[in-house]
Design a protein around this ligand. Structure first.
Ligand SMILES: Nc1ncnc2c1ncn2[C@@H]1O[C@H](COP(=O)(O)OP(=O)(O)OP(=O)(O)O)[C@@H](O)[C@H]1O
Ligand SMILES: [Mg+2]
Length: 380
């Protein structure tokens, strides 16, 4: 059987590389095809660094060549991951890196109440336990929850003088440096922000604060995909985003929007993965019983579907809720299932960050063109 290069190319047109829109031939991902008898060697260059994306692409190539070209073809695939080329944009607003902060991770959800803040707080304390230097920025200006979750609701950040400038010193709790809009507002007061005011307040917490050296800065975003998200992504070069969802259909639909927001061409923040929270309920007295209250594997399937890593699942456990309310994240309870589960999850997040940093250029400022309703921030 003589294999024709053209047939191989035609077959490959059926494949779309995750995150790259066009089919792989059109997008230029197929860089070379060589035929030796019944052997086909395909060179591919993709910009999506996730292992899953690579594996999926590989499997699809094998399948389609076997199906469309020759079922006994011996196929060799060489995949190279290339950093996405910076797309020139007009009216570009650059966020500036904060000296001393290595990785900035945004935690988002789409739907409200799925446990974003709880997961963020627990990731933060787990990272700190692992020995990392951790900061947490509570960017939920509408419902800041970190001061309560870290039992510092009555504290206020102090001012410190750094090289002649007055800076805010984050409040420290359980080894995590924390700033939240909640420190500056009254607990029972409804705060009505206009977009630009909120952006300004956040901007101050980012750039007028003395965060010092951090391995990780986690950002707890408000629910949804609105102005605050854009504002944060404009002012900060986000290393990657984590999306939290429950397995429930309605939460998944919003999580999908959340992922799409980060992956938008004009935003292009790598999605480190999806976390399934409230994956199932386990009564403390029957730890082997799992009740899938919100459905099963929904977020896992979504991650697969969107070709982003699945970072792990967190059960619905009473102690997680209680710990949040008393201001001591549950992951601090040693020798518990919850501690272990958060450790697993945190390791996954860290390894995705490491993988991302290996395969993509260092955190680059995002490239949002000016958007209506979102004031450009940090033009200093
Ligand atoms: N795995 C879990 N087990 C038990 N309770 C949980 C779990 N995750 C979150 N909760 C509880 O669910 C409620 C909502 O969680 P949380 O405030 O973290 O959600 P959120 O997504 O940040 O909400 P918002 O959109 O309002 O910011 C809280 O009462 C929290 O204690
Ligand atoms: Mg929250």
């Amino acid at each position: 059987m003589k294999i024709d290069k053209k047939d191989v190319l035609k077959a490959l047109e059926h494949i779309t590389v995750p995150g790259e829109g066009k089919n792989m031939v059109e997008s230029g991902a197929v860089t070379n095809i060589q035929i030796f008898g019944d052997e086909v060697e395909v060179d591919i260059t993709i910009t999506n660094p996730s292992l899953q994306a690579r594996k999926k692409t590989e499997v699809e190539i094998l399948k389609i060549i076997h199906k469309e070209v020759y079922e006994k073809a011996k196929i060799k695939i060489n995949i190279k991951v290339d950093a996405p080329a910076a797309k020139p944009k007009t009216n570009e607003i650059k966020g500036k890196p904060i000296p001393g902060i290595t990785n900035i991770i945004a935690v988002a959800s789409g739907k409200g109440g799925v446990g974003k803040s709880t997961v963020t707080a627990n990731l933060a304390v787990t990272l700190a336990k692992m020995g990392f230097k951790v900061g947490l920025l509570d960017a939920d200006i509408y419902g800041p929850s970190m001061p309560i979750m870290f039992d510092v609701a009555n504290e206020k950040p102090l001012a410190v003088n750094i090289e002649g400038k007055s800076k805010m010193k984050p409040v420290e709790s359980y080894g995590v440096k924390l700033l939240s809009i909640g420190f500056f507002t009254q607990r029972d007061q409804a705060v009505i922000w206009r977009g630009p005011m909120a952006s300004k307040a956040l901007n101050q917490m980012i750039f007028d604060a003395h965060w010092g050296e951090l391995d990780f800065m986690l950002i707890d975003l408000p629910p949804g995909t609105g102005d605050i998200h854009l504002s944060i992504m404009q002012s900060l070069p986000i290393t990657g985003a984590v999306v939290v969802s429950t397995p429930q259909e309605i939460a998944l639909a919003d999580a999908r929007k959340g992922v799409a927001m980060f992956q938008q061409d004009s935003i292009n923040v790598p999605v480190l993965g999806i976390i399934e929270n409230m994956a199932y309920f386990t009564p403390a007295e029957l730890p082997d019983n799992k009740y899938h209250i919100f459905g099963k594997n929904g977020a896992k399937n979504l991650a697969e579907d969107l070709n982003v890593p699945f970072l792990g699942e967190m059960p619905l456990v009473q102690s997680i809720r209680e710990a949040g309310d008393v201001g001591r994240p549950a992951a601090l309870q040693t020798e518990t299932l919850v501690e272990k589960a958060f450790e697993e999850l945190t390791k996954e997040v860290v390894s995705e960050v490491v993988a991302r940093n290996k395969t993509m250029p260092p955190t680059e400022a995002i490239k949002i063109t000016t958007m209506a309703g979102c004031s450009p921030v940090n033009k200093k």
